[in-house]
Design a protein around this ligand. Structure first.
Ligand code: ADP
Ligand code: MG
Length: 548
């Protein structure tokens, strides 16, 4: 039996870390299970290089609770550790790593969840045991134990133990909930759902003779091959949808999915979805889950993805996003900025592609998509630039136009006296039906702008396009619109007018008492280019003469 003192200088940092990490106690499970996954992956790597003797066998990681004894056990069949390795990796590295971590981040707001490693088990346990046997030929079983003081004990024995490691947590009174099956099931679902090695928690249950009984089938809690890790070319649209429902069982059909996949200058994979929003005002943020090598980290992705993308759903997996840092650090980190820019570009490219290749479908989904795109335009200049070519405006006849197409449509007909192009819109088509119909009656086109961000969007658009303005259909400006094209063509020169006047005069009835005025004037479209009026006095005299 070896007894030793852990290589930490602080007298006893356990109480400190327990208090400090109060809100994040539950992540201990993720840390221990991901260590088990790492150990298993390392073994597989050794085997594939022929550096390991014997069979890999069943590599399932097993988790068990004993509620009465307040025990939680995590067992893997990975590489295991020799006594030397326990000394090096647990006594020295894991503990000194924790101490360093504390020193460095004590004063910072830590991003929700981070990796404190093996050490985090002391947040919930009074005593931790490691029973491990290395994959190496002739290894002995090592039994390590530590009760939360800086003292530990370690002993090597011939005790039989499978290759791999068992961690036994003797849970503290305050942490006894982690000895409840339901709690562990919930945490495994949250943190370990997409880990790449099968994780068994108990057995699959079966309804028999009026109650649930265990079958002999392992209850595997994770999906070892999540969709985002596969090649986009191998995935069908249906599978993207299924995966969406796996992530959000109560969600509606997503509008579109975007598969992210990049190797340089950082690693990032993932699938983002544009969700269908039931009600414009019921936007749920923070539905994206952030993973690091398939280990769940957080769903608080602000600062990592651009603000407007926090409205999207899906998963992002990147080992290159620094996790053990504060939010403000994250926001200023240049790598994180690169990642954020990449995601923006990718999302914009995908929207452009959808627009180009399936415009009818895109138009059909526009009403739902609009809020995301407007939010992106309003908050992200780069996105705004790209979105120019796939933004749509919908008119009150239900037709969709890009801004450029719309400009083309109304430019002849809708300018004000300053030659500014006027886009008429209605923000409440029911209440303003009369004004809407009046405008349409005059041959104007009217846009429908009744979304929650339309006002902001209109302001933004006007600030970018000085020669264009949006005008509400019920404003008095509508009556003063001018036909731009005619106002350019209209002015006949004096000489031209003199030539034309007799032509018209020749057509007038030859009645000396009636005088006609012939005027060539700038006109609005749809009106006559020449106006001929009778002299009012003479007209009335003529009427009276006719009556008598
Ligand atoms: P990290 O996983 O970041 O290296 P940890 O504190 O979680 O830090 O673990 C420290 C080290 O202890 C690991 O790097 C690994 O060498 C060793 N270790 C922990 N758990 C296991 C395990 N289940 N099997 C084998 N080695 C382990
Ligand atoms: Mg670890």
């Amino acid at each position: 039996m070896t007894n030793g003192k852990i290589g930490v200088t602080t007298e006893n940092i356990f109480p400190v870390i327990k208090k400090f990490l109060y809100s994040d106690h539950e992540i201990f499970l993720r840390e221990l299970v991901s260590n088990a996954v790492d150990a298993t992956q390392k073994l597989k790597a050794l085997a594939s290089r022929g550096e390991m003797q014997g069979e890999l066998g069943d590599l399932t990681i097993r988790i068990a609770v004993d509620t009465d004894k307040r025990l939680l056990t995590i067992t893997d069949r990975g590489i295991g550790m020799t006594a030397d390795e326990v000394d090096r990796y647990i006594n020295q590295i894991a503990f000194s790593g924790a101490e360093e971590f504390m020193a460095k981040y004590k004063d910072q707001a830590i991003i929700g969840h981070f990796g404190l490693g093996f050490y985090s088990s002391f947040m919930v346990a009074d005593k931790v045991e490691i029973i491990t046997r290395s994959y190496k030929e002739g290894s002995k079983t090592v039994h390590w134990e530590c009760n939360g003081s800086p003292e530990f004990s370690m002993e090597e024995s011939d005790e039989a133990h499978d290759r791999g490691t068992t961690i036994v947590l003797h849970l503290s009174e305050e942490a006894k909930e982690y000895a409840e099956a339901a709690k562990i099931e919930e945490l495994l679902r949250k943190y370990c759902r997409f880990l790449p090695v099968p994780i068994a928690f108990g057995k699959v249950k079966e309804w028999k003779d009026g109650k649930y009984v265990d079958t002999d089938k392992d209850n595997i809690v994770n999906d070892t091959d999540p969709l985002w890790m596969r090649k986009p070319a191998d995935i069908t649209e249906e599978q993207y949808k299924e995966f969406y429902h796996e992530l959000y069982p109560t969600g509606e059909e997503p509008l579109f999915s975007i598969h992210l996949n990049i190797d340089y200058p950082f690693h990032l994979t993932g699938i983002l979805y544009f969700p269908k929003i039931r009600n414009n005002f019921e936007i749920q943020k923070n539905k994206i889950q952030l993973y690091s090598n398939q280990v769940y980290v957080t769903d608080q992705v602000e600062g990592i993805v651009p603000e407007y993308l926090t409205l999207l759903h899906g998963v992002i997996d990147s080992p290159d996003i620094p996790l053990n840092v504060s939010r403000s650090y994250l926001q200023s980190d240049s790598n994180v900025k690169k990642i954020s820019n990449y995601i923006t570009r990718k999302v914009a490219d995908r929207l452009q592609e959808l627009f180009n290749t399936m415009r009818p479908e895109f138009e059909k989904k526009w009403d739902d998509l609009k809020i995301f795109i407007q939010y992106g335009i309003l908050t992200d200049e780069k996105f705004a630039e790209k979105a120019q070519s796939f933004t749509l405006w919908k008119n009150t006849d239900g037709k969709y136009f890009t801004p450029a197409e719309y400009e083309e449509l109304v430019k002849a007909n809708q300018t004000d006296k300053h030659q500014t192009l006027v886009f008429l819109y209605v923000d409440d088509p029911v209440a303003k039906l009369a004004a809407l119909e009046a405008a349409k009656g005059k041959g104007y086109d009217v846009l429908e702008m009744n979304g929650p961000l339309d006002n902001h969007y209109v302001n933004w658009y006007e600030s970018k396009h000085k020669e264009q303005r949006f005008v509400r259909v019920d404003s008095d400006i509508v009556d003063k619109l001018i036909q731009k094209e005619d106002s350019l063509k209209m002015s006949l020169s004096e000489a031209q007018q003199e030539i034309l006047r007799p032509v018209f005069e020749a057509q007038m009835p030859h009645d000396e008492k009636i005088h006609y005025n012939i005027a060539f004037e700038p006109m609005a479209a749809g009106e006559a280019p020449v106006v001929i009026t009778q002299n009012e006095f003479m007209r009335r005299m003529k009427e009276m003469a006719a009556m008598s």
